[in-house]
Write a protein that binds this ligand. Sequence first.
Ligand SMILES: *Cc1c(COP(=O)(O)O)cnc(C)c1O
Length: 374
Amino acid sequence: MRLDDATTLRPATIAVAAGRGERAPGDPINPPLSLSTVSVGGGAEPPGYARDGTPTWAALEEAVGGLEGGTACAFASGIAAIAAVLDEVPVGGTVVAPRDAYSGLRSLLAKLEDQGRLGVRWVDIADTGDVVAALDGADLLWIESPTNPLLAVAEIPALCEAAAARGALAAVDSTFASPLRQQPLAAGADVVVHSATKLIAGHSDALLGITVAAAGSPLATRLVTHRTRHGAVPGSLEAFLALRGLRTLPVRLDRAEANAGELARRLAAHPAVVRTRYPGLPDDPGHARAAAHLDGPGTIVSIELADAAAADALCARVGVCVHATSLGGVETTLERRARQHGEEHLPPALVRISVGCEDVEDLWADLDAALAGP
Ligand SMILES: *Cc1c(COP(=O)(O)O)cnc(C)c1O
């Protein structure tokens, strides 16, 4: 079997095998960590410069592009990838975006709106009718699904179809699903964005973003041009680490998702927990849609406690779990999101738990003891 026959390969195999280049005896099996900013000239192509691309980015892009079914472009961060897509909106154009999207997207859109660069219509992304009603005359529909941290699940195929019918670009921030639980391009999206800082890199040690658009599409080319012009290029080490992380994403995700499902069930039954949000729970508002559109409910569980003080106390008391922001690492992290700047709209007692790969019984013992009090 040839590796470039990627259409016949299953995702876990692509994650492990893609982006390794030609096989010749004696070659290293991993792509190089390329630290050269220039390459030797004199060939058919103009001499290379690392702001245009490096062999290390190319390997990561081939692997993520293979999983998402398009052409990937790596950026310095998730937010840099998001900014590149927002730059597709014409001056004075309109963006339809989720009211409860990731705080960095909301603050960037608010800034662009303040500047008069574009207008924003905020919607409930789980309410398909609400979103479609806001699409007339829009230039870009921004979908985030599941959302961070309320875990709302969008009806991606219907939303993308409605956007296309109105000539609006449809973008999906698929960070929470990772390339293994959702393929938005196949569902009709024009572009997928990941904060590769999270599940893809997976070890809380590399900041990186990635876009994926249909192979050979003008949009895919424009995103690469945007990166070259605006300069939000990833570091080579970060790209190397993200690809190294991606190799184990299938096993990390299976483990962390199984842990998340078990913890969500136990937390939902815990007397100190007022509400548990997890699309894998049968009574979660996103459950039916997640079952239909996602290949798994993911690794994030959000819980609400009695009040903010109880939520802060939980975060302060854990010992195996880490009180930290961000998500998608091998280690379980948790934080009270409304404490973060820009997240004041969230329930004040909401704690977002990013479940990692530890033994679930140790995680449960830690959370159960921390919920019980000092
Ligand atoms: C973290 C995050 C981002 C931003 O990514 P960075 O790599 O931190 O710039 C974007 N979207 C979602 C859903 C995120 O969780």
